[in-house]
Design a protein around this ligand. Structure first.
Ligand code: UN1
Length: 520
């Protein structure tokens, strides 16, 4: 192994001598494939570890194990299933600092974000495991006194979880914690950029002693993810990631009887700053929303829609921060922005910044290429980029103000009408994930709440930082699913409307006659 330091006590496990592998049916297995891939620290270019590349055959084996394990797992009570999750919860809490550092090393988020990722995972597991002891379903009235009517839920079977790199610990648990408590079994395909985090997740389930086949993990690339989508024995696919892949999954599974896909995709999220805004809150919210995680959250904001009465002052203050916000070593707690995730993405963000220029926008801050002295020693091979801020016509049909970049690429868009105009500008994208309004006027806030076409809306806050007990998801091109908290239960269970007759007679509702009439 390369570059693992002293972290993993299991390094001695014989099968892990040269590469980390898949977890299938309660065992660490090499899988069918002979290829491996490396995890890279995006801040340094250093190789963090080597992992086996899963093949469709490995996925099929994992699905078969999950399918086999389902019958016994569903027979346990929800409370017994949740006990395994509580073990995972305690491990997440005890190892938050250590795991947060792994998150930061592997995906480049600054260290408080790395730890917050682990805390968010713990919160999700706590929510799901705690929910196991809460009432489930509804008792429903019947017209007939002798009938008991209930809404009940049943697990659907095998859940395939395909997760992104930017929340490499939290999002897998969004997908899996509720699926497992509800009685489903899981096949987890993590992002290829963050296999180390996935390795730790699998070890946590192993440590918790989860029964063989209930949780399975196959490392790998898109072909492994695709094998999950194509496998007939996978009942539900939960996906968080790009709109491109999410729509392929939706198209593939949408019309297939018995299949369900819950997808949460990207956004081109706006923040409306009205003439009634407190500008301290406005600037702070915009900076957090646009630059935290180096703009690489699906909820990050790339559009700031600002009223002309406050436009100049907001612009001056926002630009001042964008010019000076610290970009650098994500393990240093004085850093605000770490690197982008990888070379390919660095090229995309650079190209999108250039394309915005070509579309004729007025560039205010361009830190696409950092000065050599801004890059810390030993980090020359990182994928660095700083803020790119520009002014664009709020009503023009520009690519840069409508397509997601997934980087610190932000448009200031001025409007001079009322809140209706601001919301119209915000809604003028195909996406509908997150957004915020900054205003001291509750009528403007309420209008925004009711009319902004988004799944996650904030007032006087950044549009990032959702808590797990709220549903998380979007509308329009941003998704069809809410893979967290209460609403995730919809994705991983089927409902049964159950009616039991307690009488010896059959009596029907709606006055329907139950007499059997004969000619005799
Ligand atoms: C994402 O960017 O894909 O609301 C998820 C937030 C986090 C989750 C972001 N709780 O910013």
């Amino acid at each position: 192994m390369v570059g693992w330091g002293t972290w993993d006590p299991r390094i001695e496990r014989p099968s892990m001598a040269d590469a980390y592998n898949h977890y299938i049916d309660g065992e660490w297995v090499d899988g069918e494939g002979t290829e491996t891939f490396e995890s890279e620290n995006p801040a340094t270019g250093e190789t963090l570890g080597e992992f086996r590349k899963g093949t469709p055959a490995d996925v099929d084996r994992a699905v078969a194990a999950a399918d086999e394990a389902f019958e016994e797992w569903r027979e346990l009570s929800r409370i017994d299933r949740a006990e395994y999750l509580w073990d995972v919860y305690h491990e997440l809490r005890e190892r938050t600092d250590e795991l947060g550092e792994i998150v930061t090393k592997e995906c480049g988020k600054e260290i408080s974000e790395g730890k917050a990722d682990v805390v968010e995972a713990a919160h999700m597991v706590e929510w799901a495991a705690g929910d196991a002891r809460h009432p489930k379903g509804d008792i429903v009235p019947s017209e007939i006194p002798a009938k008991d009517a209930y809404m009940r839920r049943k697990p659907r079977g095998v859940t395939g979880c395909i997760t992104p790199w930017n929340f490499p610990v939290a999002i897998p648990y969004w997908h899996m914690a509720i699926a497992l408590v509800e009685g489903n079994t899981v096949v987890f395909k993590p992002a290829e950029q963050t296999p180390w985090c996935a390795q730790v997740i699998a070890e946590m389930f192993e440590d918790a002693g989860i029964p063989d086949g209930v949780f399975n993990m196959v490392q790998g690339y898109g072909d492994a993810g695709n094998a999950i989508v194509e496998n007939d024995d996978v009942d539900t696919v939960i996906f968080t990631g790009s709109a491109e892949v999410g729509h392929l999954i939706q198209d593939k599974l949408g019309g297939v009887a018995g299949k369900r896909a819950a997808c949460e995709m990207g956004g081109k999220n706006g923040i409306v700053i009205t003439e009634e805004a407190d500008l301290d809150i406005a600037v702070h919210s915009a900076v957090m929303s646009s630059f935290k995680t180096t703009g690489q959250r699906c909820v990050s904001s790339e559009r700031l829609i600002v009223h002309s009465d406050v436009y100049d002052e907001f612009k001056e203050r926002f630009v001042e921060v964008a010019e000076s916000v610290s970009v650098g070593d994500p393990l240093d707690e004085n850093t605000f922005m770490g690197p982008l995730i990888e070379e390919e993405h660095h090229e995309k963000v650079t190209r999108n910044n250039e394309q915005a220029r070509e579309e004729g926008v007025n560039v205010l801050v361009d830190r696409t290429e950092l000065d050599a002295e801004e890059i810390p020693d030993g980090h020359e091979d990182g994928y660095w980029v700083g803020p790119f801020v520009y002014e664009a016509d709020a009503h023009a049909d520009l690519t840069c103000t409508h397509e997601e970049v997934f980087g610190p690429h932000v448009a200031l868009m001025e409007y001079d009408g009322d809140i209706e105009e601001a919301v119209e500008i915000q809604n003028d994208t195909e996406y509908g994930l997150a957004g915020a309004i900054i205003s001291e006027d509750y009528r403007q806030i309420n209008y925004y709440r009711d009319r902004a076409e988004i799944g996650l809306a904030y007032g006087n806050l950044p549009c990032i930082g959702a808590e797990v007990q709220l549903p998380f998801g979007g509308v329009k091109k941003s998704g069809n699913g809410y893979p967290s908290a209460r609403e995730a239960i919809e994705a991983v269970t089927d409902r049964t409307a159950w009616t039991l007759n307690n009488s010896k007679e059959i009596e029907m509702a709606q006055g329907l006659s139950a007499d059997i009439k004969t000619d005799d």
